[in-house]
Design a protein around this ligand. Structure first.
Ligand code: SF4
Ligand code: SF4
Length: 125
């Protein structure tokens, strides 16, 4: 990731079609047990090519989208533990295996610090 959707989400699904990486799915399609719209961390590219994260731009609910850790090798254990705990459900490819940060790192915004991510900073526009 990435970004993560919180319990401030009102499930309006406005963000689903906006994501350039097709990383967001509505609650009914979420691969994990959740009551809210879900972001696939193995797909989110933090909208690095855009001025602002597109999901946050259209979101009507303050605090619904927060920063998560970068989807890079350094945080492989973090995401794999999250996968084992049911927080995430990382895609497994038949040939290539788990789309883990180790195998398939994703672009991330270097302007957002690790500390801000650890503090669950709201994605602002
Ligand atoms: S930050 Fe961008 S790529 Fe990531 S979930 Fe939001 S819209 Fe999709
Ligand atoms: S736009 Fe915001 S409130 Fe609507 S589904 Fe996405 S995260 Fe939830």
């Amino acid at each position: 990731m990435s970004v993560i959707i919180t319990d401030s989400c009102i499930n309006c699904d406005a963000c689903v079609d906006e994501c350039p990486a097709t990383a967001i799915v509505s609650v009914d399609d979420a691969p994990v047990d959740t009551e809210y719209t879900y972001v696939k961390p193995e797909k989110c590219i933090e909208c690095v090519d855009c001025t602002v994260p597109k999901c946050a731009y259209v979101c009507p609910s303050e605090g619904a989208i927060i920063w998560d850790m970068p989807y890079i090798e350094e945080f492989n254990d973090y995401f794999m533990y999250g996968d084992a705990d049911g927080k995430y459900k990382i895609r497994v490819h038949k040939k290539n295996g788990v789309f883990s940060p180790l195998n398939q790192p994703r672009p991330f915004r270097e302007t957002i610090s690790i500390e801000q991510r650890q503090n669950k900073m709201v994605v602002e526009i």
